[in-house]
Design a protein. Structure first.
Length: 104
């Protein structure tokens, strides 16, 4: 019984110390879209992804959609973007220009 308790305590400690994947995204989210003009809404939904907007940027958690498509979807909702970031990496000028072709 003592061995079982020791193993259970070790397992509980390991689980408690293992970070959840959501924390790796940071406080701002997996995606960050910076619109040229501040959006009128504080939140919006693209397909099944919820975006929260504030301080000139809209952020969202990771979705099961390719990053360029996510950029196009949010640009379609909030207009031209001056920047788009996915997983901590900014889109280059070419990728951002392609994304902005879908802007409203």
């Amino acid at each position: 019984m003592t061995r079982f308790l020791a193993v259970a305590a070790a397992a509980a400690t390991m689980i408690a110390l293992t970070p959840a994947p959501g924390f790796a995204q940071g406080a701002r989210g997996y995606y960050a879209a910076t619109p040229v003009t501040a959006p009128e809404k504080t939140s919006l939904v693209t397909r099944s992804t919820v975006w929260k907007c504030g301080d000139g940027v809209c952020t969202a958690g990771k979705a099961n959609t390719r990053d360029p498509i996510m950029c196009e979807l949010v640009a379609r909702e909030i207009g031209q973007l001056s920047a788009f970031r996915a997983n901590g990496s900014d889109f280059d000028a070419e990728a951002l220009a392609k994304c902005n072709t879908k802007a409203r």
